[in-house]
Design a protein around this ligand. Structure first.
Ligand code: HEM
Length: 517
């Protein structure tokens, strides 16, 4: 947090000196209320950074459903009324998502500018690959590969001989999900070594990749705040180390690469980009596929372990699915498999994951106004927006709204189940049905294309941990809360790790199961 503020002060200073005297924006007719704050240039930045949700809730109480805040020299119009979200989504012509996202991604990952006239046409083709490879039959294939990788990585992690192992839950989750996700997208390295030696080398490489990923990811809030990566040497080195492993010449030697990455590689080849620039787009894809999934998997498992009623319901569901297909939790040599329909039928796990996402998601959806325009809010009020301003939607305001979700900060494992145990999709505010009630994956044109895969992989992770491990939280004072220093960037990681003990489940020990001690 301190680094955030420091960096913004340092890099904002030249702008401050230029603008300190000349800033005089006045609210025009039909424009949203203007919240300028008392700091020249920075506006309300410090209040916002200190507690984004609290700041937005307080400003909403004071100014209503729409208001414009000055933050570090930019103007952000926050629309807080969920019934007005559709009106924003319909403004595709006036609100540009790609410009903001591309500029941001280019700055942080260092890849080519795909929005320029030379590359934008080809990039549209690459962007279309998300839909083609992350839905339908390709999604099913990706999900099956992920299940195989999860089982291999988890199996390797479990100590032999009935011994217990201690580790942090976050470390456990990150290690397993990162490796399995990496292998699923980018395939396996082929090594001409004896099997055991090859496995050792692969494990060492994967540990290094995970470490580099974490170093880079930890610097993300600072990079997002505008600090050039050249000034964050550790993050820069980590990003470049990841880049080196994902150059196309190395990727072409890997086995079982996903359709998504394979087709991206082929498309980049046709564009004749340089090798490092291309590899950086793969680092960007790696980040998109992991940065939110890891904390989401952590929270899903943590809440399940913390809440006995959630654990009982989840275990009953897992047992039902295994029994249906005559499979055993204990037989670690026999891989578990299940059909798409079985995965979809696990509505308790689905509800647990959605509830964990609701409590930990703090993404911000940002669009840039490409022209002056006016739009009508659900209330009938007209709002005039200036060209160049940002429009921001902050879903956490909805996720923690007590009118929509009673006792919103409480974990309720069955919140997203109806009375018949089916997926519940209908939520109301003021007696009216909401179209947008849970949006951890964004909405509209920029909605996360990996959302179905993310839900599947987290579900599979929970399922495997529950059936293959005896695992419990070690009684400790550590009670993690979502760490709001990453607010605006997606799923918040835990503020601290929590110790767990785990070992392989075995038939001869009876029904030992995951749970709190
Ligand atoms: C729990 C896990 C995940 C969450 C919460 C999440 C959330 C998001 C959000 C909020 C956005 C931006 C939407 C916006 O600005 O409107 C996004 C974009 C994106 N996500 Fe995810 N995501 C997750 C997992 C994944 C996975 C597993 C993949 C890939 C396999 C993925 C690939 C992407 C890509 C490529 C984009 C950029 C889309 C574009 O440029 O149009 N995400 N995600």
């Amino acid at each position: 947090m301190a680094l955030w503020i420091l960096s913004l002060l340092v890099f904002g200073l030249p702008f401050l000196l230029l603008r300190i005297c000349g800033e005089s924006r006045k609210r025009q007719l039909k424009e949203p209320p203007l919240v300028m704050g008392w700091l020249p240039f920075f506006g309300v930045m410090l209040d916002y950074i200190k507690d984004p949700l609290g700041f937005l809730q307080a400003t909403q109480r004071q100014h209503g459903d729409i208001f414009t805040c000055k933050i570090a020299g930019k103007y952000f119009t926050f629309v807080t009324d969920p019934f007005s979200f559709s009106a924003i989504m319909r403004q595709g012509k006036n609100l540009d998502f790609q410009k903001f996202a591309m500029h941001f991604s280019q700055r942080v990952f260092g890849h080519a500018d795909f929005s320029g006239p030379l590359l934008s046409e080809s990039y549209r083709e690459i962007h279309a690959l998300f839909q083609q490879t992350l839905q339908g039959p390709p999604l099913q294939q990706l999900t099956e590969v992920m299940l195989g990788n999860l089982q291999a990585v988890l199996g390797r992690s479990l100590p032999s001989g009935g011994r217990w192992k201690e580790e942090g839950l976050q470390s456990f989750t990150n290690r397993i999900m990162f490796e399995a996700g990496y292998l699923t997208l980018f395939g396996k390295e082929e090594r001409l070594l004896p099997v055991e030696r090859a496995a050792q080398v692969a494990a060492t490489c994967m540990m290094k990749a995970e470490r580099d990923f974490m170093v880079f990811d930890r610097a993300f809030p600072v990079l997002a705040g505008g600090v050039p990566i050249a000034l964050c040497m550790r993050a820069w080195r980590a990003r470049e180390a990841l880049t080196e492993e994902l150059v196309q010449s190395k990727l072409y030697q890997r086995l079982c690469i996903s359709d998504l990455i394979q087709r991206r590689m082929d498309a980049f080849n046709r564009m004749h980009l340089d090798e490092t620039g291309t590899a950086r787009t793969h680092v960007c894809m790696l980040w998109a596929s992991q940065a939110n999934t890891l904390p989401a998997a952590f929270w899903s498992l943590y809440y399940t372990l913390r809440h006995p009623e959630a654990l009982t319901a989840a275990c009953a569901e897992v047992d039902r699915v295994l029994k249906e297909s005559n499979q055993s939790s204990y037989d670690h040599d026999q891989p578990i498999s299940f059909s798409k329909e079985q995965l979809e039928s696990m509505t308790v796990l689905d509800s647990i994951i959605k509830e964990a996402l609701r409590l930990s998601s703090a993404s911000m959806m940002i669009r840039v106004a490409s022209d002056n325009f006016a739009f009508t809010l659900d209330s009938g009020q007209t709002a005039v927006i200036r060209k160049g301003d940002y429009i921001a939607l902050y879903p956490q305001l909805i996720h923690l709204d007590p009118e929509i979700y009673p006792n919103p900060t409480e974990f309720k494992y069955d919140r997203f189940l109806d009375e018949a145990g089916h997926v519940r999709t209908e939520f109301f505010k003021g007696g009216r049905l909401l179209k947008h009630c849970l949006i951890p994956f964004g909405s509209g044109a920029s909605k996360c294309p990996g959302r179905y895969f993310a839900m599947n992989e987290i579900k599979q992770f929970l399922l495997l941990v529950l059936c293959r491990c005896e695992l419990h939280l070690v009684d400790s004072a550590a009670v993690p809360v979502p760490d709001s220093t990453r607010a605006g960037l997606g799923i918040l990681p835990p503020s601290c790790d929590v110790p767990i003990q785990y070992r392989a489940r075995a038939a001869w020990r009876g029904e030992g199961r995951a749970g709190a001690h």
